[in-house]
Ligand binder design. Structure first.
Ligand code: G1P
Ligand code: ZN
Length: 544
């Protein structure tokens, strides 16, 4: 084994998006592509000599290969110890928990989240800092700057592949590699937050649920926690073995891609509760019997019921939601008399607020919910939170939502995605909207009047940093909203996301289906943005 310095030069396309660098597997397989990015991460950091790094991923294709490269490079760059999940497996929230538990310097997470896996699918890499959360923009910018000027990388050559299937320590040059149980630290953390005794009693009473791990990383976590620790019957967890190609499916827990679970919950003899998580375990979808809970509503319901959960019994410091997420959680915060925050899309914007103790719960409409227990969104945590609430209230999911709307009003909500559209056309659509801010403001459409239009800008209340151009908002006086933004995580062409929201306190109207209740706004969105004209699409690719 010898330390080798390999000459290289910058490679195009190493700009990371909302959640790290995500590309087709074939892109990562190009010579020196992964190595350049990993070295750029290390070059952007200081004072890590002898420190601990956490490494793991969602088990998708190329996970193992990438981990061996990262280990050989971490050793050559002077890390003292690397903690790797067994078989290379760490869900994103578990990686965050491990970083925090071991007070590690940081972590490298290998995942393309909910994007498809397999040899023709996507791969991704992201760096998390010592609070367990995604690196803030100043670090991701520095990493990108390093990729633009890189001249060499360091690697231990001829080092044997570390056996990731065996728990325990081995030496790689001067560095120790410790293969750790992928689930244990995370499972202990969950047991410290929720009333496991009460949830066991719920299952013992005959309560039935299905959790769909979608052949992705949460399988082992859900099996251990739900079936072994909480005594849910065997078979509660579906598709529990992580596969490199996620069984050919799209590991995204929404009404379109988690249809197997949706069919069960809407079918005959449906169980009481259904949930799913995504490729890397940070997203969640919540279903009742024949009932879908929007992620925006889920955040609001969890906040309103937090006093039922041991970890949050003392009250919440505040609630944060991403800008496109519905305002349902704001209404709960107002009633609880605690602050609410509206941040740009992407979990990294919650980090400062959580670290500063200004918020306890946070969430995004994109099936992401979390709290101050880690610095990532956490799929299984949200499911356990719901189970804790259901165990305490002993009501159906539908009844809990009905009561919530009766108390706080209902924020009707839907998101329409136009995937893989022409990037130039998508940009023109957005520019066209930005050109209409002045003319739209004050204009009335039916009984709605536009109160404000802007391109959302956020000033971080903790460090004062400003993030501009975070999405076009058209806000109406009655609480309705249209939001348009381009995805930062798609890998083919552009993805246009349209978010539509309306508020209702009328109990009869609240029973409508969301697409019906929002039909006029959906039409109006096309009218002002020219979606069909620019994208050539009559229908969105995905409706959630
Ligand atoms: C999407 C979601 C966003 C989430 C991110 C990572 O990003 O919309 O809320 O934080 O994935 O899971 P987007 O593709 O919209 O940039
Ligand atoms: Zn994810």
């Amino acid at each position: 084994m010898s330390l080798t310095v390999v000459a290289t030069r910058p490679i195009d396309g190493q700009k990371a998006g909302t959640s790290g660098l995500r590309k087709k597997v074939a892109v990562f397989q190009q010579a020196q592509y992964l190595e350049n990015f990993v070295q750029s991460i290390f070059n952007a950091l200081t004072d890590y000599q002898g420190q601990t790094l956490v490494v793991g991923g969602d088990g998708r294709y190329y996970n193992d290969t990438a981990i061996q490269t990262i280990l050989a490079m971490a050793a050559a760059n002077g890390f003292g110890r690397v903690l790797v999940g067994q078989n290379g497996i760490l869900s994103t929230p578990a990686a965050s928990a491990v970083i925090r538990h071991h007070k590690a310097f940081g972590g490298i997470i290998l995942s393309a989240s909910h994007n498809m896996g397999g040899v023709d699918g996507d791969f991704g890499i992201k760096y998390n800092i010592n609070n367990g959360g995604p690196a803030p923009e100043k670090i991701t910018d520095a990493i990108y700057a390093c990729t633009q000027v890189i001249e060499s990388y360091k690697i231990l050559s001829d080092s044997p592949a570390v056996d990731l299937s065996q728990l325990g320590s081995t030496q790689l040059g001067e560095m120790t590699v410790e293969v750790i149980d992928s689930v244990a630290i995370y499972a202990d953390l969950m047991a410290s937050l929720f009333d496991f005794e009460q949830i066991r009693a719920l299952f013992a009473s005959g309560f039935r649920m299905r959790f769909d791990a979608m052949h992705a990383v949460t399988g082992p976590y859900a099996k251990t926690i739900l079936e072994q620790q909480l005594n849910a019957p065997e078979g509660t967890v579906l598709n529990a073995t992580p596969l490199p190609d996620f069984g050919g499916g799209h590991p995204d827990p929404n009404l379109t891609y988690a249809h197997e679970l949706v069919d069960i919950l809407y079918g005959e003899d449906a169980p009481d509760f259904g949930a799913a998580s995504d490729g890397d375990g940070d997203r969640n979808m919540i279903l009742g019997r024949g009932f879908f809970v929007t992620p925006s509503d889920s955040l609001a319901v969890l906040a309103a019921n937090a006093q039922l959960v041991p970890a949050y019994q003392q009250g919440l410091a505040g609630i944060a939601r991403s800008m496109p997420t519905s305002a349902a959680a704001d209404r709960v915060a107002a009633k609880l008399g605690i602050p609410s925050f509206e941040t740009p899309t992407g979990w990294k914007f919650f980090g400062n607020l959580l670290d500063a103790g200004q918020v306890t719960l946070c969430g995004e409409e994109s099936f992401g919910t979390g709290s101050n227990h880690v610095r990532e969104k956490d799929g299984l945590w949200a499911v356990l939170f719901w189970l804790n609430v259901l165990a305490a209230r002993r009501q159906s999911v539908a009844d809990i939502l009905q009561q919530h709307w009766a108390e706080f009003g209902r924020n009707f909500y839907t998101r329409h995605d136009y995937e893989g559209v022409d990037s130039a056309a998508a940009k023109q659509l957005m520019d066209g909207l930005k050109g209409q801010f002045a003319s739209l403001t004050g204009q009335s459409f039916g009984n709605r009047t536009v109160q404000l239009c802007d391109d959302f800008s956020y000033t971080d209340p903790v460090d004062g940093s400003v993030s501009q151009g975070q999405g076009v908002r058209i806000l109406f006086a009655d609480g309705a909203r249209l939001v348009f933004r381009l995805s930062g995580t798609g890998t083919e062409g552009a993805t246009l996301r349209l978010y539509i929201e309306a508020f209702s306190t009328d109990s009869a109207q609240q029973q409508q289906d969301a697409q019906t209740a929002l039909a006029d706004l959906i039409q109006l969105a096309d009218q002002v943005a020219g979606i069909q004209r620019w994208t050539g699409r009559a229908e969105p690719s995905v409706i959630t």
